[in-house]
Design a protein around this ligand. Structure first.
Ligand code: TXA
Ligand code: MG
Length: 337
């Protein structure tokens, strides 16, 4: 299959909507990362997403809607006040909520679960595409399974060339890490995957917010994750990643770099001078820019052919929690304190 890379002109959006309606898969930008979309109500179309990504069949997809009217057909009952408050505060935006699913949502989308994850993206191209399609759009991140999520159209093409008919190029993603996935089945909202909406933002609306143990810790032997995605190897480039934390970060990275052939350092802009002539990629100046740059930097490390990637950590607060969640997984929990 030939893959077309198009800017989101009205004509391109109309054709992309037509492709989705006819059961095809389209790569498209959101404010978090690029997604690989298909008609969520069409099992055969959804199947093509799993095939294009090489995604395990027991990992459910997020269904994307353009407006509040899109929600009712997908869920089993009216959203409760908790859900309402979060939707009012953060939709459209990088927040995914888990609801009991309606019978209309195919089991393939939810991997057989009786819940469905729903998100209303704010990116104008994502909004326009869902409207053009006229159907809810199931969309995981547009990477081959296990690879870093794509934050530019070129990243999507790198993984999906020849596997999907069309990719819409909306430029680099603003947030850079995926949406925050929140489970509403307990007393307080529980973050299963941290992302663009922070714990503090949720607490401002919901008074309490729990962070699932698996966010910053490896799953224990035989432990069942609340979110199936948490059990897979994730976000990993070909090079071996190690994360460095604490006050000796720079010293420890320099020691490791100097003892390791073909290493590469991912560092905060302000620390670059400490590394001198050693090979570095800047992650920007703070947790927000780290989030925006991280996945692209991990892909860049592969393009440079680095065997070993030594990455500075960040305080796991605000969007820094999402950064550390992704980094720990990319590093398979190789952490030096
Ligand atoms: O920002 C995002 O959320 C991006 C863009 C494209 O919207 N999408 C995304 O999808 O990150 P994906 O498939 O890469 O990650 C979805 C996560 C997985 O960890 C999955 O296990 C979890 O959401 N998930 C989906 N449905 C679920 C459900 N019913 N219950 C618990 N977790 C669920
Ligand atoms: Mg993903």
């Amino acid at each position: 299959m030939k893959t077309e890379l198009l800017f989101p002109t009205p004509e391109a959006l109309a054709r992309a909507g037509e492709l989705l309606r006819s059961g095809e898969v389209v790569g498209f930008p959101t404010e978090t990362v690029y997604g690989l979309g298909a008609n969520a109500m069409d099992e055969a179309a959804v199947e093509k997403i799993f095939a294009a990504k090489g995604r395990p069949g027991d990992n459910p997809l997020i269904v994307h809607i353009a407006d509040a009217d899109g929600l009712a057909p997908l869920i089993a009952s009216e959203p409760d006040p908790h859900a309402r408050a979060l939707m009012d505060a953060f939709w459209p935006g990088p927040l995914t909520l888990i609801f009991p699913k309606s019978a209309a949502v195919p089991a393939r989308v939810t991997a057989g679960l009786d819940t469905v994850a729903i998100r209303m993206p704010s990116h104008p191209v994502a909004q326009a595409l869902i409207r053009a399609a006229g159907v809810p759009v199931a969309a995981p991140s547009a990477n081959r399974s296990g690879r870093p999520s794509p934050t530019t159209a070129a990243d999507v093409l790198e993984d999906m060339d020849g596997r999907v008919p069309m990719i819409l190029d909306g430029g680099p993603c603003r947030v850079g890490v995926e949406s925050t996935v929140v489970d509403l089945s307990g007393e307080a909202p529980r973050v299963l995957r941290p992302g663009g909406i922070t714990r503090a933002q949720i607490e401002a609306v919901a008074s309490a917010c729990e962070i699932d143990h698996a966010v910053l810790n490896p799953l224990g032997e035989g432990e069942r994750p609340r979110s199936p995605g948490m059990k897979y190897k994730h976000y990993a480039p070909r090079g071996e990643v190690t994360v460095f934390c604490g006050e000796n970060t720079v010293k420890n990275i320099i020691r490791r770099y100097d003892a390791t052939p073909n290493a590469l350092i991912l560092a905060l802009e302000g620390n670059l001078p400490f590394y001198g002539k050693r090979r570095c990629i800047s992650l920007g100046s703070d947790a927000e820019s780290m989030a925006a740059n991280l996945f692209h930097a991990l892909r860049e490390a592969d393009r440079l052919g680095a065997d070993v990637i030594l990455c500075e950590g960040v305080e796991p607060v605000g969007v820094g929690l999402a950064v550390m969640n992704r980094l720990f997984r990319a590093a398979a929990f190789r952490v030096v304190e």
